[in-house]
Ligand binder design. Structure first.
Ligand SMILES: CC(C)(COP(=O)(O)OP(=O)(O)OC[C@H]1O[C@@H](n2cnc3c(N)ncnc32)[C@H](O)[C@@H]1OP(=O)(O)O)[C@@H](O)C(=O)NCCC(=O)NCCS
Length: 448
């Protein structure tokens, strides 16, 4: 592709915006699960290119492919019917008899070879040019039979018993892409058919992966009552959804959410559910600010929330010492009471440990980030950054076009977050009238 086709300005912008994510993802461990349909044309090419890109950016990758359509095709060729049993919570699980197991083994081999072959290409005209990816797989999953559930013997359908994390880590440390098939080997030397999604959860949990990413066939999570897509959930909210609306959730979504909750509880940093049919979903999710899927992140024992009138004493306790020192402008209680709706606080175990305000001047499509204060015991751990990012998102939602901040001591804090030094003329008019030349605060502005 020629530069002119790429719209150079946008290209440069995109690359710059992606840079922080590239740095953040380097050296992290991602487990990526996808169904067997993703290994078939036309989607497979894009998937392989995205995987190769992630690997070349230094992401430690574990791939867990499913093989359902490949298994079904083999069963059909032998004139066999697939058997699925609804056994309590295990909806959608195959009952694997000896004939089906043969098909499962062949299908898993086909998927593995297909991926290995495609990840080995280095043709000059593709995004794989110059790449040398080493893909390794092996017997990292120990399985046991699922056994009899709801009166049904699942035969060669198994569940994960153990993940050989040592072997996996050794491969990832060596720069390999690890491929884990949905097959497990038992201590008795038998092969068991496993659910790829369950294998991905078990592997991510065992590795303490930074991310578990499911590329599903369809928009994975929407609220069944309203169809509203679910952008972000805590495991608690996911559990709630499963409890309340379980019957209305598609079985596949319910299973993915259950797995996500399990993974978060086992220490996985984040779980992403993506619609693989959306072109570039993986890259959009990982390299843009808003993402395109459903993100499940573990509950934090502290959270940012809008301030309430009862928070005023706690906010004053935070800001008074800073006002006395001259780091913050004096804000009498009466003024704080009138502005409280514009304040956000971070609460930790019931105590307010940080605050910041977004004072809007809607007439001028502007806002002021004010009164950013973090309890000295909790400084230096990214809380001011979290607050400012959140207020920036609020400002965008309110369609404000510029943000200003005034500070005596934290100029660089703002400059490192995209604010630029500016003169008093950039202040909203009403704020300019209050500008205290004696304080000599630095004025900073950020165009949104
Ligand atoms: C400025 C303040 C809000 C920062 O709080 P914090 O929670 O410690 O900040 P974060 O941890 O989110 O800081 C993120 C980054 O900014 C840097 N930073 C923090 N304070 C800074 C300052 N005053 N100047 C320059 N950079 C600063 C941190 O070092 C950190 O970078 P690093 O991770 O690369 O080291 C806090 O020090 C404070 O309450 N100061 C007094 C009030 C004030 O000046 N407010 C701003 C005017 S409204």
């Amino acid at each position: 592709m020629r530069l002119a086709d790429l719209e150079p300005d946008r290209f440069v912008d995109w690359l710059r915006q992606a840079a922080p994510y590239i740095n953040a993802h380097r050296g992290r461990t991602f487990v990526v699960a996808f169904p067997g349909t993703a290994v078939q044309p036309p989607g497979v090419e894009g998937l392989v290119h995205d995987i190769a890109l992630l690997a070349s950016l230094g992401v430690r990758l574990v791939l867990v492919p499913g093989a359902r359509p490949q298994i079904e095709a083999r069963l059909a060729r032998r004139g066999l019917e697939p058997i699925y049993r609804d056994s309590g919570g295990d909806r959608g699980l195959r009952v694997t008899d000896a004939d089906a197991l043969e098909c499962v083994k062949e299908a898993a081999g086909e998927v593995r070879m297909e991926l290995e072959a495609r990840l080995s290409t280095g043709v000059a005209t593709t995004p794989m040019a110059g790449m040398r990816l080493r893909v390794t797989s092996g017997n990292v999953i120990t399985a046991r039979p699922l056994g009899v559930r709801g009166g049904v013997d699942h035969l060669y359908t198994g569940e994960v018993r153990r993940v050989d994390t040592e072997a996996l880590c050794r491969r990832l440390d060596g720069g390999d892409v690890a491929l884990v098939a949905p097959l497990g080997y038992s201590v008795t030397g038998e092969v068991f058919n496993l659910s790829a999604d369950a294998v991905a959860v078990a592997v991510a949990a065992a590795l303490g992966a930074d991310k578990l990413i499911h590329l599903a066939d369809g928009a994975p999570a929407a609220r069944p009552s309203s169809g509203e897509p679910l952008a972000e959930l805590t495991p608690g909210e996911a559990r709630e959804l499963l409890r309340n609306e379980d019957s209305a959730l598609p079985a596949a979504t319910a299973r993915l959410l259950q797995g996500a909750v399990q993974a978060c509880e086992a220490g996985v940093g984040r779980v992403h559910l993506l619609d693989r049919r959306r072109e570039g979903a993986l890259l959009l999710e990982l390299f843009t600010r808003d993402g395109v899927g459903t993100l499940i992140t573990p509950e934090r024992f502290e959270a940012a929330r809008p301030a309430r009138i009862e928070d005023i004493p706690a906010i004053l306790a935070l800001t008074r010492p800073l006002e006395e020192r001259g780091s913050l402008v004096q804000r009498p209680r009466e003024l704080l009471e009138t502005q409280i709706d514009h304040f956000t606080v971070i609460e930790r175990d019931g105590a307010v440990i940080a605050t910041a305000a977004l004072l809007p001047y809607p007439g001028e499509k502007a806002g002021e980030i004010a009164c950013v204060a973090v309890d000295p015991d909790y400084q230096g751990e990214g809380r001011a950054e979290t607050l400012v990012e959140r207020l920036e998102r609020d400002a965008r939602r309110m369609e404000l076009e510029r943000l200003v901040a005034l500070t005596t001591e934290a100029e660089h804090f703002f400059r490192e977050r995209g604010f630029r030094p500016a003169g008093p003329e950039t202040l909203p008019e009403a704020r300019r009238a209050l500008y205290d030349a004696e304080r000599n605060s630095k004025i900073l502005v950020k165009i949104l």
